[in-house]
Design a protein around this ligand. Structure first.
Ligand SMILES: C[S@@+](CC[C@H](N)C(=O)[O-])C[C@H]1O[C@@H](n2cnc3c(N)ncnc32)[C@H](O)[C@@H]1O
Ligand code: SF4
Length: 472
């Protein structure tokens, strides 16, 4: 698509808006004969910003305009962004007829916007601003506000003197076709696991020592991946023992082990996890439809999930999370509804509903380049159903984020029964305290809040296990 931008306009934002309507669109700098042209012009007046937009696709042209008044409480950039967003969004809707439930909010954390609005407005007004100014659907405005309020409660436990720890286990029993996480999934690469564990244990020990020396209080640990339970019982024990030897795990608020794949969870691994203080575990069906599981290359069945879930329930580990994905290829609304209904009947403490996202490095995209165009409108209905069914059954939406190239531009939402919120996810996402990351692919985020001014520094570990192992 050719973009012609006149005025102080953020090109990346306009591209992101366009991609909501035109999946996988490219924006070459010197495109001459494009069949898609977007012209956006902003003009500052004494009172505010006028934006004129013309969108021409295959000889069909639509025009839209917007006006956003200047406000004392808002910076110029934000007003300008809104003016551009409203005009481009309305033109996109007019031309494609598509329904984009999150309106002009393209960022990864819509609840952050809701949180800011709640700090200056009544709940009712905050909701109206989300709907009228940011063009959110009523459902999404309600969701953003509910998440913002719950996140706000969780964030009260953190400050400059607290921190969390993420431990990365980038190995999986096999590769799922939709996944883009860096994770080794072949027997040859599994040969690296013993030396990976050796190095990881040293890094865990030194990081926990450093946390102690800095006088920080560790609130949560998250062992994620990949699939940490792909490790053998002995390897899992080595990691958990290293943690246990360095800190008093009873002082942690949360200690999560991402089980993930039901086909890796054994009674013995659960017993070890419980013994060393794990109090939250994920066991993820993604869908309770065997045909869909097969299509996404998940290598386990619905029955495997139910069996693993029962083992986890009997393990005595306090909190159980299950991950689901809405909008998967080959899935349907009825099948997703059946998944949600059956998971609610199991009553795990946490249910995380992801929306299918087409990742550039995922096998699914290599197999089917057209998947970018797959709108799967049933996904909108599915996540709306999830919100309704879960909230009616005592679950609260408590964290949320969005990713690029997600079906119908939908969101990922963590739901939890009252008193069982998974705190790591919220703490990690919200820049409220330092999160140390150890292992390949992990990021350490050092957060300092100095009189309300945030200082954030990110330190990236090696991306791949083989690089991590080469570094002395
Ligand atoms: C760190 S990942 C993987 C955890 C674990 N290995 C598993 O597969 O069960 C956490 C969650 O992200 C979600 N996820 C991964 N790739 C996704 C994608 N392309 N679109 C939507 N959700 C995705 C899945 O629900 C997954 O359980
Ligand atoms: S979805 Fe989970 S199990 Fe599948 S490849 Fe990705 S990280 Fe591994």
């Amino acid at each position: 698509m050719k973009l012609i931008l006149n005025g102080r306009i953020n090109r990346t934002y306009v591209q992101t808006l366009c991609m909501m309507f035109f999946r996988g669109e490219k924006f070459p700098e010197n495109e001459e004969n494009s069949s898609r042209i977007l012209t956006v012009t902003t003009i500052d007046t004494d009172d505010g910003i006028n934006c004129e937009c013309e969108l021409c696709v295959n000889n069909k042209t639509v025009r839209e305009s917007s006006f956003v008044p200047f406000s004392q409480s808002e910076k110029y950039e934000r007003s300008s962004k809104s003016a551009v967003g409203i005009a481009v969004y309305n033109a996109g809707v007019k031309l494609t007829g598509r329904n984009i439930p999150w309106g002009i909010l393209t960022g990864i954390r819509p609840s952050k916007v809701a949180y800011e609005l709640l700090s200056k407005n009544t709940e009712e007004n905050a909701k109206l601003i989300l709907q009228n100014r940011y063009l959110l659907s009523e459902n999404k405005a309600n969701l953003a506000i509910r998440v913002a309020k719950n996140e706000g409660e969780i964030l009260k436990i953190s400050d400059n003197n607290t921190c969390s720890l993420y431990i990365s286990i980038p190995f999986c029993p096999s590769r799922c076709s939709y996944c883009s996480f860096i994770s080794y999934a072949t027997p040859k690469l599994f040969e690296l696991i013993p030396s990976y564990i050796d190095k990881l244990v040293k890094e865990i020990t030194s990081t926990l020592e450093s946390i102690k020396n800095q006088g920080l209080k560790l609130l949560s640990i998250y062992i994620g991946g990949g699939t940490p339970t792909v490790l053998s019982e002995g390897q899992l024990e080595e990691i958990l023992k290293a943690i246990h030897n360095s800190i008093d795990v009873d002082e942690l608020i949360e200690f999560t082990l991402e089980g993930g794949r039901p086909d890796t969870i054994t009674d013995k691994k659960l017993e070890i996890a419980k013994k060393y203080g794990v109090n939250r575990i994920s066991v993820n069906p993604q869908t309770l439809n065997d045909d869909v599981l097969k299509a996404i290359g998940r290598h386990h069945t619905v029955n495997d999930f139910f069996e693993a879930y029962e083992r986890v329930q009997n393990s005595g580990i306090n909190f159980i999370n299950t991950d689901l994905i809405a909008g998967l290829e080959n899935d349907s609304f009825d099948s997703f509804k059946n998944t949600i209904d059956k998971i609610i009947a199991l009553a795990p403490d946490n249910i995380t509903v992801h929306s299918f996202s087409v990742k550039k490095s995922a096998q699914i995209l290599r197999d089917n380049a057209e998947i970018y165009g797959n709108e799967a409108d049933y996904a909108v209905k599915s996540v709306d159903y999830a919100y309704k069914a879960l909230t009616e059954n005592g679950y609260e939406p408590y964290y949320m984020y969005r990713q690029k190239n997600t079906v119908c531009d939908l969101e990922n939402v963590g739901y939890a029964k009252k008193g069982t919120f998974g705190i790591y996810n919220v703490l990690m996402m919200s820049d409220c305290h330092t999160v140390f990351g150890v292992g390949a692919g992990a990021t350490t985020k050092i957060v300092k809040n100095i009189d309300g001014n945030l200082e954030i520094k990110r330190i990236f570990s090696h991306k791949y296990p083989y690089e991590y192992l080469q570094d002395n």
